[in-house]
Every structure is written in C-alpha cells, then in structure tokens.
Design a protein around this ligand. Sequence first.
Ligand code: SF4
Ligand code: SF4
Ligand code: SF4
Length: 314
Amino acid sequence: MSGMSTLEETIRQKAKELLEKGEVTAVIGWGGGWNPAKATPQFARDADGAEKLVFNPFCYNNLAVYLPRMKDSKVAIFAKPCEAGSIVALLAEGKISRDNVYIIGIACQGIVDPVKLEKEAGSIDEATAAYLEGDTIVIEGEGGAKRVRFTKVAMDACASCEQKGTSFADEMVGDTAKPVTTEVSFEVPEDADWAWWREFWAKEFDRCIRCYACRESCPVCYCRDNCAVQSLRERWTGSQVNPMEALMFHAQRAMHVAGRCIECGACERACPVDIPLTLLHKQVGGAVRKLFNFEVGDKADERPPLETFQKEEL
Ligand code: SF4
Ligand code: SF4
Ligand code: SF4
C-alpha cells in the first residue's frame, strides 16, 4: 500500500526547519499531483506548504527550471542527481548565485517515465493510487490494480545515470543510490547513417506543433521572451507550423543546449506528441563532450565550451 515514507517525513521536516529559521524564503520540491502517478512541482513557503511535499518514483519534473526565475532571494531545492547536474550548469553560466541556493540532494533510486507507463499500463488518468511495491509499480483505479515492472517504465536517462552532481549538495537525504536498470524505449539501428537520421528526424519533427513545452520545461532554456525563435528583430526561424520550420527550431535549440544539457529528458516528457528529444540532445551533446572533453554538471566554475569562443578554435 502507499503511505508516507520515512524519506518524505525527512523532506517535510527539513523544509520546515529551513523555513522556520528564516534561512530561505521558499523550498522547491514535489507535491502530490492531480493524479497520484504524476507528482507536481511544489513551492513551500510555510509549514503548511512543507507538509504537502512528497518524494516517490513519480517525481519526474526537473525542478532546476525554476531557479533562474527565483534567483533574487535565497531558496532551497530538493535535487535528484539529474537536477543537481542542471543546477551546476546554471551556476557555471552565472544564471544563479551559489549564495542564493541551498541544495538538498536526494539519493535517487530511479524515476518513472509517464509516457512509458501509459504505454505499458494504458491510461493512468483515472488512477486513485500509485506506488512502488518491491520492483513493481502499482496503479490502482476503479477497475482494479495494474502492475508493471519498474525496469519497464523507468526513464531512459536513469539507465546511464552516474548519480553525479549531488557532490555539490549542501546536504543529502535518503538511502544510498543504486544503479538503475531500465529497458530503453528506442534502440538506434547499428547501421544508422546520415540519410537514416535525416529521414528519422524529418518524420519526428513533422508532428511538432511548436507549442514550446519542451523549451519551457528545460532548465537551461532560460532565455524566455528573448528566445531566438521568437525574436522580432532578426527572424532566425519562421513561426509557421511546418516540418522545415520545426527542423530549424529544433536544430537551433539543440545547438543552444549542446554542452549545457544534462540529458534529464524533461523536454521529451513535456512534449504532447512524444518526440524523442533526448535522443537529439544526446547526439549533439555527445559530439560536444567528445570534441571538447567537457562533462556537463562536473564543474560549477567552468563555462560550457560553446559559450567560450577562442580564436585558436577557428
Ligand atoms: S537520471 Fe534517473 S536515476 Fe539519475 S538522478 Fe535522474 S531520475 Fe534519478
Ligand atoms: S534539453 Fe531536454 S534533456 Fe536537455 S537539459 Fe533541457 S530538458 Fe533536459
Ligand atoms: S514540446 Fe513537442 S510539439 Fe511542442 S514544440 Fe517541443 S517538440 Fe514540438
């Protein structure tokens, strides 16, 4: 059965302490969503707010996305290692100040991808309870309980997660992290060449409706109203919804986040038409990693390579 875990108790207590002592103005964490299988971001500003914090395998949002918008007052944030990596990336770019963020790292045991979950278990819209029981995710609803192996529905990103980033945390909560096993949702064919990729992405981007949910959910897409795709001064990308303009948007975004993307998959989970965006960011980010020997989230005092142009690189 579901119920409040010891970790949840610790999280609520920790948030209350920080707020009561006046050390932070808000604590960013997760709260129960409208659906028990979809936790939602929760901003606790007092003891009542702290009581609503949860932590479970359904906490899939990357909370670091809120930090640049809250950078002028001191806040605390609960951070899985993938969030922590994004926080380090934001520190490295000077978008947030280390003095204004208190990081409480959570040793992560892996998180459920809601898209994979719905593929395995069908619609979870009517779920009345959702929890992990041993190695099984249980979704209860009016028609009974659906059970799915956790490894079938864990986020793809968890498979290659090295649980780094929390070394920057001010403190840690939770048990020691374990390596996560997951069945990745898509295997790239071994003989995939340039023509294969061109066809693959053309087909995927054909479905893009330019809603920008991917951009809004991404911790390193913080340009907001100054985003190049909306610029009225220079028209880098047209605003029509068609495959060519979608390709331009995604190529531009992929280059902008290359060497800054932690591959958390938040963009992909936000996409209403399930475009496998992490695959694109892994590819472009992988090239930057190789070319510049640079790992995102490793150093808070080293700017990402594509932000630091050197004449010798020409
Ligand atoms: S990638 Fe997965 S295992 Fe790693 S920190 Fe994020 S949610 Fe946890
Ligand atoms: S581009 Fe996507 S995968 Fe990369 S950091 Fe942003 S949300 Fe995460
Ligand atoms: S979230 Fe999906 S549909 Fe919306 S702009 Fe991004 S890729 Fe396109």
